[in-house]
Design a protein around this ligand. Structure first.
Ligand code: DAK
Length: 257
C-alpha cells in the first residue's frame, strides 16, 4: 500500500511512525485506519524491529476522529466507523513488540484513544489531553470508555469523559495517563532513548512481558500466574534467551541476543 498519511523511518531496531496530516491536526479518517492496518502488518513482518514509536507532525499528536468525515454518517455507518477504529487499535495493542506513543501536542478524542492503545505514553511539556466527544453530542467510539478507566481509574476517567476538560502533561502524569513528561523539544530524542533501552533487552522476554501482562489483566489471578510460569520456563534451556542472559551476567559480559 502507498502511505500518504503515515511516514515510516527505521533507526536501528526502532520503527518510528509519524502521523502526517497536520492541516487537519492529524484527524483520523478512513484512509488513516487503512494505512495503520497496513503499517502494523508491515512492521510486524520486519524481524529486526524490536520497538515501535508513534508520534504526530505539527502541533497535534491527533486532534480526534475526523469530524468532517463523521458528520453525515447515519447510525449504521457510525457503528461501522467505530468498529473500523476499534479493530485497528486492537491490532496495534496486540502487536508482539512494544509500542510507545510520543505525544507532541493535542491528543484528543480518537487521538487519546490511539495513545491509550499503545503500551505507554511519553509526553512533551506542551501536550494536551482530553475526551471532548460530549461537546459534539457523542461518546468515544474507539474504546476510550474501556481503556481510560483501566489506565487511570474510574473517577478520573468519568471526570475526563463527562467534563471534556483538556488537561496538560503534568496533570496527565499525575493521574497515570502518561508515564513521563519531557521538555517539548526533547520529546523525540527522549522517547527514542527509552525505545533504544528496551530494544537492548532480551527481545523474546520483552515480547513475553507484553503478552503475559496484557493477557493477565483479562484473566483470573491464578490462571495468569500459571501463564507466567509457562512463559518463564519457555526462556530456559540450551541456546535460549534466558541462558544467554544469565551466562553473560555470570561472565560479566554484555549479552548478545
Ligand atoms: N476533525 C476534523 N478536522 C479537525 C479536527 C477534527 N477532530 N480537529 C481540528 N480539525 C481541523 C480544523 O477544522 C481546522 O481546519 P481548517 O479550518 O483549517 O480547514 C484545522 O484542523 C486546525 O484546527 P483549528 O483551527 O481549530 O486549530 P486551533 O489551534 O484553533 O484549535 C483544537 C485546536 C484541537 C482545540 C481544535 O481544533 C478542536 O477543538 N478540534 C476538535 C477536537 C475534538 O473535538 N476532537 C474530538 C473529535 S471526536 C465514534 C467514533 C469515533 C469517535 C466517536 C464516535 N463512532 C463512530 C461512534 C471519536 C470522536 C472524536 O474523536
Amino acid at each position: 500500500m502507498e502511505f500518504e498519511i503515515l511516514k515510516l523511518e527505521t533507526k536501528e531496531q526502532i520503527a518510528l511512525v509519524t502521523i502526517s496530516r497536520p492541516k487537519a491536526l492529524n484527524a483520523l479518517n478512513t484512509r488513516f485506519f487503512n494505512e495503520m492496518d497496513a503499517m502494523i502488518e508491515k512492521i510486524g513482518g520486519m524481524p529486526g524491529i524490536r520497538v515501535m514509536v508513534i508520534t504526530g507532525e505539527g502541533k497535534a499528536f491527533v486532534a480526534g476522529a475526523d469530524i468532517a468525515e463523521m458528520v453525515n454518517k447515519n447510525s449504521e455507518e457510525g457503528t461501522a466507523f467505530s468498529r473500523l477504529g476499534q479493530n485497528t487499535f486492537r491490532s496495534l495493542e496486540k502487536m508482539e513488540i512494544p509500542v510507545i506513543a510520543a505525544i507532541n501536542g493535542f491528543a484528543l478524542g480518537g487521538g487519546l484513544e490511539l495513545a491509550m492503545a499503545c503500551d505507554f505514553r511519553i509526553a512533551g511539556a506542551k501536550a494536551k489531553f482530553g475526551q471532548p466527544e460530549v461537546n459534539l453530542g457523542l461518546i468515544p467510539g474507539y474504546a476510550g470508555t474501556q481503556r481510560l478507566p483501566r489506565l487511570v481509574g474510574l473517577a478520573d476517567a468519568l471526570y475526563l469523559l463527562m467534563t471534556a476538560d483538556m488537561i496538560g502533561a503534568e496533570d496527565a502524569l499525575r493521574i497515570g495517563l502518561v508515564q513521563k513528561v519531557t521538555e517539548q523539544e526533547n520529546l523525540l530524542d527522549e522517547t527514542m532513548k527509552i525505545a533504544g533501552n528496551i530494544a537492548s533487552k532480551g527481545p523474546k522476554a520483552v515480547k513475553l512481558i507484553k503478552a503475559v501482562t496484557r493477557q493477565g489483566l483479562t484473566m483470573d489471578f491464578d490462571k495468569g500466574s500459571q501463564l507466567e510460569s509457562e512463559k518463564f520456563g519457555s526462556l530456559f534451556g540450551k541456546g535460549n534467551e534466558g541462558e544467554t542472559g544469565m551466562k553473560a551476567f555470570l561472565n560479566k559480559e554484555q549479552p548478545k541476543w
